[in-house]
Design a protein around this ligand. Structure first.
Ligand SMILES: [Zn+2]
Length: 414
């Protein structure tokens, strides 16, 4: 979130980490100071238990009957942005993704407790899902992704996966200083839920509320939700390619939500593998060159456009091609050009922007589709690999043979 208060959070975060070290597990009970005084140990255990019961009551309130009240609090904090394009896109995204979730998550409460959402005024790149199925997206996320709905679908899909798997409630104890819980409990403050809600909001974007396994799960489910909603299969890889490029030159506001550069590359590559898998191993993007390959053969290396790099574009093109190859029993349909768009049957593949020879590219795609991988390089490369492996084995055996013979020779010479 905003860097201004992010800095002021640093002290809070270190207090929090220290507090966690003291309170997790049973170490607090076994401390020597208590060990000599069983009476006060019992009191301490009781109070910690009571505090957490109290906390979970407040969290339950924010997550359920108090969720609209909490949403008002979130809107007050971040401000509601009226940008018509962003609001229309968020309406569409939430509608399509919610339907996709309802179809994929039979236990979801999305029918009885639909997500509430709004575009907020923050200029940085962020989106979050917090308690009570409450979602907000920074206007900066729309701007930095150039209003690309396919990429936004993976941002939202990721956040909704946190919501579906109850990560916000599960992350509460990670995000709240124990001192705050103790103080609220001691005072039985009537505004406790609101304090807790505000503290949680301050921790949004600091990566303190979610664990790495939660992040991985959200990425994986986010893919399922976005693809189930009909968005481009390559949207996730394209999104991360863009983040890698923008973060490469030192921030640019992309750093708050996903702040670890090498991890950005690995998240892009994971999503790139999802494209290939979805295509039944027919489509691949070379991460180094940005070349789109079909059956292991070059199709096209897209050029940069005004709105995105050639590499980011490559993942979106590959995603569209993956949809063509997804169902192996279905004939892909004819390759054609409709206006400025290359099509396979009814599936759009790419625009002809900055393509120097569209006719040649269209002809190449036609040949690659007819190829169907028969004798394609995929199979060849598998065979070649097997041959190489066998060659290595043979060489190794020959080497061992030689060593044996030399040994035997030496023995004989003795
Ligand atoms: Zn996340």
């Amino acid at each position: 979130m905003g860097t201004m208060w992010k800095r002021s959070l640093l002290s809070k975060v270190s207090v929090l980490t220290a507090a966690l070290a003291v309170t997790t597990g049973t170490a607090v009970i076994a401390r020597p100071a208590y060990a000599t005084d069983w009476g006060s140990a019992a009191v301490a255990i009781f109070e910690v238990g009571a505090q957490y019961a109290y906390l979970s009551r407040q969290v339950h309130y924010l997550d359920n009957e108090g969720r609209h009240e909490y949403m008002d609090q979130i809107k007050d904090k971040y401000g509601v942005n009226g940008d018509p394009a962003a609001n229309a896109m968020l309406d569409r995204l939430m509608g399509r993704l919610s339907a996709s979730i309802a179809a994929q998550e039979p236990k979801s409460t999305i029918g009885t407790q639909p997500y509430e959402y709004f575009v907020n005024n923050e200029r940085s790149f962020n989106a979050f899902c917090t308690l009570g199925h409450n979602v907000s997206v920074n206007i900066g996320a729309f701007q930095k992704l150039n209003y690309n709905e396919d990429e936004m679908a993976f941002v939202l899909g990721h956040e909704l996966a946190h919501g579906e798997k109850h990560h916000p409630a599960r992350g509460v104890t990670r995000g709240l200083p124990v001192s705050l819980i103790a103080a609220l409990y001691a005072s039985q403050n009537p505004n406790a839920a609101s304090y807790i809600g505000a503290t949680l909001l301050n921790a949004v974007g600091t990566a303190k509320l979610v664990t790495k396994p939660m992040e991985s799960q959200a990425d994986k489910l986010g893919f399922d939700y976005a693809v189930g909603a009909g968005y481009n299969i390559g949207g996730g890889a394209a999104l991360w390619q863009r983040i890698v490029e923008r973060n490469g030159n030192g921030g640019g506001g992309f750093g708050e939500l996903f702040n670890d550069h090498p991890r950005s590359i690995s998240r892009r590559d994971t999503y790139s593998k999802c494209i290939t898998k979805w295509s039944n191993n027919k489509v691949k993007v070379d991460a180094g060159t940005g070349e789109v390959l079909i059956h292991g053969k070059p199709f096209l290396t897209p050029e940069d456009t005004d709105s995105m790099s050639g590499k980011e574009r490559a993942y979106l093109i590959a995603g569209n091609l993956a949809a063509v190859f997804h169902n192996p029993d279905k004939e892909p349909g004819a390759v054609s050009t409709s206006g400025n768009v290359l099509m396979v049957g009814r599936q759009p593949v790419m625009t002809w922007d900055r393509v120097s020879d569209p006719a040649a590219a269209q002809a190449r795609l036609t040949i690659l589709l007819q190829d169907k991988g028969r004798g394609g390089e995929d199979k060849d490369s598998v065979k070649k690999e097997a041959r190489e492996k066998k060659g290595e084995k043979d060489k190794k055996a020959a080497r061992e043979e030689r060593v044996k013979a030399e040994k035997a020779g030496k023995e004989a010479a003795k």
